[in-house]
Design a protein around this ligand. Structure first.
Ligand SMILES: [Zn+2]
Length: 491
């Protein structure tokens, strides 16, 4: 590993991603078959998606609208003239022996996506990643090998499901940037409600094109395409693996061959699948059963009017209107439901910064430990706001609040009720705190001596003793102040 990281510093990594997004329509791209996941094999099929002679495809209008909506959100140029093409190849999961796709006239051309990269100092850096194109195409069926003794089975339920293939420019420079791009893209798709983005069910699939070149070199190196990337983490790991493999090959004086490789997540390696095919191998030609048509600018503008506030805009608003740090804001907006929860809580007059902290640390930790999603949280936004307000108006300390939240989680009671019931109200009475401080000082002369000898840690210990004496209820700020004052007076 050390050797590789030394070597990779001489090279620059170049990555482009192709993401296949399943559009969340009720029916398939060219027929009326349902798109429901998990149906009995070959149940969701008809003569059109099985490629029977004489059957004719009809374009799903909703899929086109979703494609345009995504294009607009990615700042793409929306085509005026649309055409579909046949991509020809034989494989048992493709009953027609061609896939209907878009070759030279994709619905979306150009565009960009802004991604946020965390710098070493914790701040964020925005980077613009170019989008080459995004086109509509139909999915293929699925071969089933598991549990089959002789040969394989085929399930055509997926055949004809609408996909949008989003191709990025080779603008990504590290596995971490690729990961950030996928997170940002997924967030946009979720905000647009064009896909459920469920990776386990195959709604979001990714191929990566990776190459390396000597630093300062303008020409791209030979690229390799990696397939079978089933999670964002797998994308990151597979790219890292390929970068190291390429580096070793080049350093040994050999050449990279252009090929397609499969990622094996268990082994943590890529394996050769086939040497890379070129576009002309697919003998693309215009789909004769779907005539080219014009997409009116009026209909595009109608779709533009339905665009929601997008993650990047939402983050900017949270920073501007609520004073969140860029890092907090971008982390929250990455997950639409999390950001919704946050905004609902601050509507209940809880401070934004503290609310964001409590959601991102304590609340998420509790939810994750019980595998509950944020929208099903037993602690509702208004409940969390109630807890945050109690901290803000000094009724309880943050430390006590950490015990109150799990109790709210378990019992469904409000923070206020729990605090009252258990007598957790913070002690802010100066006299009472002074008494506890005196007691702590009298009981720990050694620590007092240490503090005077310049040992700052002794102060922390004494604060702890006072908190213990008050059962954690003393206002920590007051304890510190009174303790320091008393220690200085008696010097
Ligand atoms: Zn069908």
């Amino acid at each position: 590993m050390t050797d590789n990281s030394r070597l990779t510093t001489n090279y620059e990594t170049v990555i482009g991603l192709e993401v296949h997004v399943q559009l969340d329509t009720k029916s398939k791209l060219f027929c009326a078959c349902p798109t429901t996941f998990g149906s009995e094999p070959n149940r969701n099929t008809c003569p059109v998606c099985l490629g029977w002679p004489g059957s004719l495809p009809v374009l799903n209008e909703q899929a086109l609208k979703f494609a345009v909506k995504t294009g607009l959100a990615l700042n793409a140029e929306i085509a005026e003239r649309l055409k579909f093409d046949r991509k020809n190849y034989f494989y048992p999961d493709l009953p027609k022996a061609y896939q209907i796709s878009q070759f030279d006239m994709p619905v979306n051309k150009g565009g960009h996506l802004l991604i946020d990269l965390k710098r070493a100092d914790g701040s964020l850096e925005e980077k613009r990643i170019g989008i080459t194109r995004a086109h509509l195409e139909e999915d293929a069926g699925k071969l089933v090998h598991e549990g089959v003794k002789d040969g394989s089975l085929v399930d055509y339920n997926r055949g004809g499901i609408p996909l949008l293939e989003i191709v990025s420019e080779p603008d990504l420079r590290s596995p971490e940037e690729a990961y950030a791009y996928l997170l940002a893209l997924k967030a946009v798709l979720e905000y647009l409600e064009v896909s459920d983005c469920n990776m386990e069910e195959g709604s979001l699939r990714c191929d990566a094109n990776v190459s390396i070149r000597p630093k300062g070199e303008a020409k791209f190196g030979t690229r390799v395409e990696i397939k079978n990337l089933n999670s964002f983490k797998a994308v990151q790991k597979a790219i890292q693996y390929e970068v190291e493999r390429h580096t070793k090959v080049l350093e040994s004086g050999e050449k990279i061959s252009q090929e397609t490789r499969l990622w094996n997540d268990d082994k943590g390696q890529t394996f050769l699948m086939r040497s890379k095919e070129e576009a002309h191998d697919y003998r693309y030609f215009p789909e004769p059963d779907l005539v080219p048509f014009t997409l009116s600018r009026e209909s595009v503008e109608k779709i533009r009017a339905t665009l929601p506030e997008l993650p990047a805009d939402r983050a900017k608003r949270l920073i501007r209107d609520h004073g969140l740090s860029p890092y907090d804001a971008y982390t929250l907006v990455q997950d639409r439901k999390l950001a919704n929860y946050f905004e609902a809580a601050i509507k209940e007059k809880a401070g934004a910064k503290l609310t964001s902290n409590w959601i991102q640390s304590e609340l998420l930790a509790l939810l994750n430990s019980k595998k509950i999603s944020i929208e099903n949280s037993p602690v509702k936004p208004a409940d969390l706001a109630g807890l945050v307000r109690l901290i803000e108006n000094n009724t309880i300390s943050g430390k006590i609040a950490k015990d109150v939240l799990p109790e709210m989680f378990e019992t469904g009671k409000s923070a206020e009720a729990i605090v009252k019931e258990k007598g957790l109200v913070q002690v802010t009475d100066t006299k009472q705190i002074e008494e506890a401080v005196d007691k702590a000082l009298a009981a720990n002369p050694k620590s007092v001596e240490d503090f005077r000898a310049g040992k700052q840690q002794a102060l922390g210990f004494l604060v702890g003793q006072v908190m213990k004496e008050t059962k954690g209820k003393a206002n920590p700020k007051m304890v510190n102040e009174i303790l320091e004052k008393k220690l200085k007076i008696s010097t």
